[in-house]
Design a protein around this ligand. Structure first.
Ligand SMILES: *Cc1c(COP(=O)(O)O)cnc(C)c1O
Ligand code: SF4
Length: 355
């Protein structure tokens, strides 16, 4: 897919790509050899959207890109997990805004995404237009305005970058007018799933709202394409620090070598890995879950073996709303009153005095 050069046409290009998305199982390529009636039932419960750009990254059936976006019968045949694994609804003072930690909130400003990821922990919400409305955005803004403790607002969804540039500008502008909001963050999968959305006008607009941080979401090295690199360079050139929140997914990236490659490739496109999440216990996603030991193993195989910049925080977002907890492999092998015994990345042991 070529990226056009005139600004106006760029703006329409992403909308054009999005409008050509596959949203019903019968429109999936014949070579996927799927069971159309079975997947229709899945999609009746959890919407599907695969835009032509992300579709073009699939090299073969059941590869890591395929698994992330093509519906699977196990989404409805296995009844494990919770609709709302992080108890976001109970912690929402107004619809679409979750206030779990003292100084920051998660603010859902769009229910739409460029691709509906099958492992999404907000499966209950995404793709349902009624989940975010003009009213819920207005109420979210007034909640933030009236709570002086909120110094950090994380725009989320769905995907905030699926909003038109003007609508996003309105929200950012309202937030910036609130004196106690120190930093604004945007969580978006668009640099990965629809990088054409990151136009020069979008980057130029975002630049007005510093300090602004963006958390991208890449899960596999095959998602790091020239188009994704261009999108990230536009954001980084606008002075926006880029992070990545990767989700650990069975059959997609639950492999130390795949993960190391991903983290190294992220740094090459100017993204600093931030979190590696244990998959949340969301209903309809249990076929993606991995044992906690897998994440620990991956961190052990990164730490010390490659730049510290490549090592994200491995975290579990506790079911029931306990929040994100970092999980670290054990480096302290033994301790007494006088010294610690610490192992390094190769397994060699060292003593370190406590006083
Ligand atoms: C993840 C999350 C945040 C942000 O957490 P950080 O660790 O600061 O990135 C804030 N609020 C909610 C409800 C969240 O789930
Ligand atoms: S882009 Fe994010 S919010 Fe949207 S479906 Fe994927 S994981 Fe869920």
């Amino acid at each position: 897919m070529t990226i056009q050069t005139s600004n106006n046409r760029k703006q329409t290009l992403w909308k054009q790509i999005l409008s050509q998305s596959i949203t019903t199982p019968r429109d999936l390529p014949a070579w996927f050899e799927i069971d159309v009636p079975a997947l229709k039932k899945v999609v009746a419960r959890y919407p599907m959207r695969i835009n032509p750009y992300y579709l073009s990254l699939i090299k073969q059936k059941d590869d890591p890109i395929y698994k992330q976006c093509v519906p699977d019968i196990r989404e409805i045949s296995i009844e494990k997990g919770y609709e709302d694994p992080l108890n976001e609804e109970a912690l929402s003072p107004v619809s679409g805004l979750t206030h779990r930690y003292p100084d920051r909130v998660l603010f859902m400003v769009s229910a739409r995404c460029a691709v509906y990821c099958r492992f999404c922990n907000r499966k209950r919400k995404v793709g349902r237009a009624s989940m975010v409305t003009k009213k819920s955005i207005k109420e979210g803004l007034s909640y933030i305005r009236s709570n002086k403790r909120i110094r950090d607002v994380l725009l989320s969804g769905g995907d905030p970058f699926l909003l038109g540039t003007r609508k996003l500008y309105y929200i950012l502008n309202e937030l910036r007018a609130i004196p106690h909001v120190e930093i604004i963050r945007i969580g978006t999968r668009v640099p990965c799933t629809l990088p054409q959305r990151v136009t020069t006008p979008l980057a130029k607009m975002l630049k007005k709202f510093h300090p602004l941080y963006i958390h991208t979401h890449f899960n596999h090295p095959d998602e790091i394409t020239p188009q994704a690199a261009l999108a990230c360079s536009r954001l980084a050139d606008a002075g926006i620090p880029l992070g990545c929140q990767t989700v650990l997914l069975n059959g997609v990236n639950d492999d130390p070598l795949v993960m190391k490659t991903l983290m190294q490739k992220l740094l090459k496109i100017r993204i600093r890995p931030y979190y590696l999440f244990q998959a949340d216990l969301a209903k309809g996603t249990s076929h993606f879950w991995t044992p906690v030991s897998k994440g620990m193993e991956i961190i052990s195989r990164l730490q010390g073996h490659t730049s510290g910049l490549c090592v994200p925080h491995f975290a579990i977002d506790l079911p029931g709303g306990g929040g994100k907890i970092p999980m670290l492999p054990e480096f302290v092998i033994d301790s007494n009153k006088k010294r610690l015994v610490i192992r390094n990345y190769t397994g060699r042991q060292y003593r370190y005095p406590l006083h």
